[in-house]
Design a protein around this ligand. Sequence first.
Ligand code: UDP
Length: 314
Amino acid sequence: MTQQKLKRVLVTGAAGFLGSHLSDALLAEGASVIGVDNLATGSLDNLAHLASEPRFEYEQADICRPFDFGDIDFVFNFASPASPPDYMRLGPETLRVGSDGTVNALELAKRYGAGFLHASTSECYGDPTVHPQPETYWGNVNPIGPRSVYDESKRFSEATIMAYHRYYGMRTGMVRIFNTYGPRLAPNDGRVISNLMMQALRGEPLTIYGEGLQTRSFCYVADLIRGIVALAKSGEPLPTNIGNPEEWTILDCAQTVLKVTGANVPIVFKPMPEDDPKQRKPDITKAKALLGWEPQVALREGLEKSLDYFRSQL
Ligand code: UDP
């Protein structure tokens, strides 16, 4: 295992939920961080605590145009709309950031001989017919459905990164991220955890799409970021799942939100969105063996840790 240098690193999407937590973790490791964002879905609130951090520099830029803020030894490519309502609203922008944006980020890393880690997604598996999903599964993606702007953007990024690895010998890697939650998850981004937590705290009915029998596996953000930093250092070029394999129906997830918030509100059922995956759960055998990583925070505990944050967003 080659240990990658993390001294002066660039994070695209640094004002986002994951980008901001990743920037914090890299600063804690002693790195200097250049955070880039165009604020399409990110928020400067997520970086406010770094205002007087001398090792953090913020650059507002759209990575769909070539960019360069000086010498770096690693690029973390985390820029993209990521919640289903966001990427469906910003469809063409999502396709562009995963194509032009990824190429520009790769070209930058190539110029400086830097390592590269890309935020990929469990959406590469689409509505999976193999369960749980190992990295070797090629997926079941609708290339023209409403989610295709995100899924194909991320799959194009993966293909491009593998090409830069194979043709140019670049040190690249990619993490397939499964559903993640925690402080800084945008309260209005329409994801299930933010919707249910905010609804419960406002005393509104919890919205469940379909019958709530579809499953997801929720990872607390600190667990995810620990896995991502370990993966970046490992130098592993092939996709690696990082996620919590504890699988929940959306209905059971809603019951847990009611317990954690103490809310006494009804559940209302809404239509199931088109192409909504019926099941999702990471096979993390690879991450365990390669990185010695596994998640430590169960859903109930993670929701308790997130409660103050969601309250502060009321
Ligand atoms: N969902 C729900 N109620 C909501 C928001 C989402 O039942 O208010 C469902 C959604 O249909 C999906 C699951 O929760 O089956 C997870 O949705 P999310 O948008 O968080 O992310 P996804 O895993 O679909 O990308």
